[in-house]
Design a protein around this ligand. Structure first.
Ligand code: PLP
Ligand code: COI
Length: 342
């Protein structure tokens, strides 16, 4: 086996086709055995439920090369659980947890040559997803589904890597109370496309969404949860039923408490109080923890004093500790790492 000839250090967050993908079909009330295939194209009915009514969900996780050359995934069991929650909410048949883990492991294993080397700054992004595949014209769930997993090597989600980004308070909503914001449904991302294009056109890197009901509380961005740092080094993260329960954010809360001895608070965060925080970060699989330097609220700039121009000290420590665990030079809590043998 030889690693592919890829300029790992200069990869952005984009799609690059790899050799193999996993596919399993659901028909007549059961999932088939599943298989690894080479074909990256999908042929489905013009009237497939996914095409007409957006019945699709997905997950995102990564495979890392550790310093001693192993390939590992970070907490894939939580992705399996979250995908089951997403499936239930969209009336789709959950893909069994054990099979999800096997499918992820098999897909990484058969694309080992695309797992970026240790120290390259890149990782192998893994995308499990599922969609309603048979023709449906009345509004109802499909009866047939496809579950797939593909991989693609990626670099940093935000251009510039770890430079603090500037975001704006968004006038569009991402998720309704009692809606689908807490699951990973493709429809949530379709909702955010106009907002992100508009943000980019205005010169911002991302949107800060507020709660749709009162527009007074901080929710999340289009693809990551928020973490804030107080003057006395406490970590504060928004609690809401309409944000995605980020695995990275939940892990960082443990890292903050158990590795760094910091106090952590998960609670409602009012937009009015964010100028009291000294650092801000966006956390997610793709974002890792990316620093936010400034939030623009309709022309008023709120700058995080310890993290405007460079990543602040607490976010830096959190990032180093989390990536240390993921890359294998810090001991992980029990069950956080799944090794994939070649
Ligand atoms: N919030 C949204 C809307 C996301 O799309 C993601 C990405 O998965 C996250 C948060 C971060 O979640 P995780 O840390 O599980 O990747
Ligand atoms: C991830 O972090 O894995 C995501 O799915 C976010 C997505 C917006 C790229």
């Amino acid at each position: 086996m030889a690693k592919k000839d890829i300029d790992w250090a200069n990869l952005g967050f984009g799609y690059l086709k790899t050799d193999k993908r996993y596919v399993s079909n659901f028909k007549d009330g059961a999932w088939d055995d599943g298989a690894m295939i080479a074909d990256d194209q999908i042929t489905i009915s013009e009237c497939a439920c996914v095409l007409q009514y957006a019945q699709t969900i997905f997950e995102g996780l990564k495979a890392y090369t550790t310093e001693d050359g192993r390939v590992v995934c970070f907490r894939p069991d939580l992705n399996a659980d979250r995908m089951i929650d997403s499936a239930k909410r969209l009336e789709m048949p959950p893909f069994p947890k054990e099979r999800f883990l096997e499918a992820v492991a098999q897909t990484v294993k058969e694309n080992m040559d695309y797992v970026p080397p240790f120290g390259s700054g890149a990782t192998l992004y893994i995308r499990p997803y599922m969609f309603g595949s048979n023709a449906v014209i009345g509004v109802k769930p499909a009866e047939e589904y496809q579950f797939r997993v593909f991989t693609t090597p990626v670099g940093p989600y935000f251009k510039g890597g770890v430079k603090p980004i500037t975001i704006r308070v968004c006038d569009f909503d991402r998720a309704a109370p009692h809606g689908t914001g807490h699951i990973k449904a493709g429809l949530n991302y379709a909702m955010s496309l106009h907002a992100i294009v508009d943000a980019h056109n205005q010169g911002y890197d991302e949107n800060m969404y507020l709660d749709a009901a009162t527009r007074t509380k901080v929710e999340e961005t289009g693809g990551a949860n928020f973490l804030f740092v107080t003057k006395d080094n406490k970590i504060v993260t928004p609690k809401s039923n309409s944000i995605l329960p980020s695995i990275t954010r939940r892990s960082l809360m443990t890292v903050a408490k158990d590795y760094l001895g910091l106090e952590v608070e998960e609670r409602e965060v009012f937009f009015d109080e964010i100028s009291d925080f000294v650092e801000c970060g966006l956390c997610g699989t793709a974002a890792v923890i990316s620093p936010v330097g400034c939030v623009n609220d309709h022309g008023r700039e709120i700058k995080f004093v310890n993290g405007c121009d460079e990543m602040g000290p607490v976010i830096t420590k959190l990032r180093e500790t989390l990536t240390g665990i993921q890359m294998g030079h810090l001991e992980a809590p029990e069950g956080w790492i799944m090794e994939i043998k070649p």
